[in-house]
Design a protein around this ligand. Sequence first.
Ligand code: SF4
Length: 238
Amino acid sequence: MAKSNIIIGGLVPFTTIDYPTKISAVLFLQGCPWRCIYCSNQQLLCYRKPTQQDKENYEYVLELLKKRTKILDAVVFSGGEATSQTDEIITAIEEIKEFAPHFKFGLHTNGCFPEKLSKLLPYIDWVGLDIKAPCKKYEQITKVKGSGEFAFESLEILLKSGKDFEVRTTADPTVLTKDDILEIAELLSKAGVKHYAVQRCRPATKDQPNNPLAMQFFMDKEFEEKLRSLIPNLEMRV
Ligand code: SF4
């Protein structure tokens, strides 16, 4: 009988892009306190109590992971905001390690719960942290006051932890300018961040058109070089 009450809203059973150099399965966890203007996971945002179906979903995932212990290297907890379910993740990791002690564990987080992140970090091997904007512009993206302060506090926690991590920014042209992204990169560079990714902003739903301005960040070599001079290990994810 599975122990964790984790609520899994989605699963990618096999991916090579969600944990650096590892083949991983990604679990998308239910619940996020923010409401980003470009969020493409609207169905994962609401918080709710676990149901019998959630239990069955988790048991299904455990069985799948058991069958794939030789194929997979890692499990990544994503969201929604995965740290919303910190205790449930810790229990799940303990259960998974019983049959796959070699698995690594990754976390994708927006950094909205610094204390929960601190609690979870000892169980996690690699983190992808969103820094969505310069602090003063955070609310324009997340629609939540004070969200930037939490994200930057989480960044400090990660830096102090010595864990392997990357920072990523979704380049939303409706809020961010190239100068904003350079400002983020300068701050990250000074803080000692080693790996930074700028990601293309895509429409939140399939029926929305692409914003042609989204490509401006990826077609400007001078801009890219400036970023790279600040953080050499840069990825421009078009
Ligand atoms: S933090 Fe992520 S899951 Fe939460 S609203 Fe923003 S984009 Fe969506």
